[in-house]
Write a protein that binds this ligand. Sequence first.
Ligand code: ADP
Length: 406
Amino acid sequence: MKILVLNAGSSSQKSCLYDLTEDKLSEPQPPLWDAHVDWTHQQNVAEIKVKTAHGAVLEEALPADDRPAITAHLLATLWQGKTKVIETLAEIDAVGHRVVHGGREYLASTYVTDEVKAAIARLAVLAPAHNPANLEGIEAVERVLPSTPQVAVFDTAFHAHMPLEAATYPIPYEWLTKDLRRYGFHGISHQYCTHRTAQILQTDPAALKLIICHLGNGCSLAAVREGHSIDTTMGFTPLDGLMMGSRSGAIDPGILIYLLRQEGYTADQLNQMLNQDSGLKGISGVSSDLRQIQAAIATGNERAKLSFAMYIHRLRSYIGAMLASLGGLDALVFTAGVGENSSAVRAAACEAFSFLGLKLDLEKNQQTPVDQDIAMSDSTVRVLVIHTQEDWAIAQECWHLHTKNA
Ligand code: ADP
């Protein structure tokens, strides 16, 4: 079954075409074709890079003003030119989309209907950087493939069954009716890592207590018990919880009241400050990218040092909180850009939990591990590095939904 996956963000879009067969479902497969569009490097220019499993590469720059036209152009590279991997678009059986916010309504992946599209649009107020881009991707595909089923896979769904005490903010109870609650995000990645961890440890997800550290530009932890998220650090929006690349994570809400009252900040200014000008970037003044922070630390930059120390302090604190929610721990899992690549972050996070008998194998930790257990054999807690594969996870969701309904 050929499944096209669109993972559309505010500044980039990833698309992949997978060919799924039942006998190869359990191990992640490389895509036949994958395409990346980036809008961030040059103003009004979309940089496109398409690669195929056979090694063909196409790089182009297009005017960035018409995103649906770019998506249509991209899809044409599936069946024509040097990146051609199928004869006609009709070979595509289903299209899966990452949708960041599914609110209270969508607790599992679902076929896209007019009602689903209306809900994604309505929920854009809760995920303004993502849901509009996700919807745009759905509508662009609809124009090119009007009769191909599309599936929405929600980042919030994995957390949808968190216990009420973890999902509710201690604010006036009536606010719950306005949907002011914790939703949690990165669910597709947390769910993928849960299953991959169980596979690597050769057990059932139901038998495991896990803390998954998704550390990318955005960062969140999930406490996973019996295969379900029971607590997470992101909340009503992806701004809550850990310190991130350019996002603050949790801060005293009194700071916002103070800035609104005393300094005359507007909501838009606060939004910019907390989402784009905070986190590693805000403290260091260097970058939101951990690699540049580490390079600055090596030159003795004090603010870069402080930003890294804060990042680790908050990571450890929240791991502690997830540990308490779980009441035990079988494995600590690191994933996403920082989690997969920074041995320094992994070592610093693990060090704080050595009192539990958690022992990191420092040598394995240094060797760019992928989908590997990097704890010492006598460690009481396993430590894993998992390469998150959200697109593969979306393709699998489509496969399951599609075969269930076939
Ligand atoms: P996103 O949240 O946008 O999906 P990623 O998961 O791709 O982001 O993570 C991107 C971040 O990963 C970069 O900003 C950078 O800080 C970090 N990163 C990538 N490679 C390395 C590395 N070798 N060492 C440290 N950090 C890295």
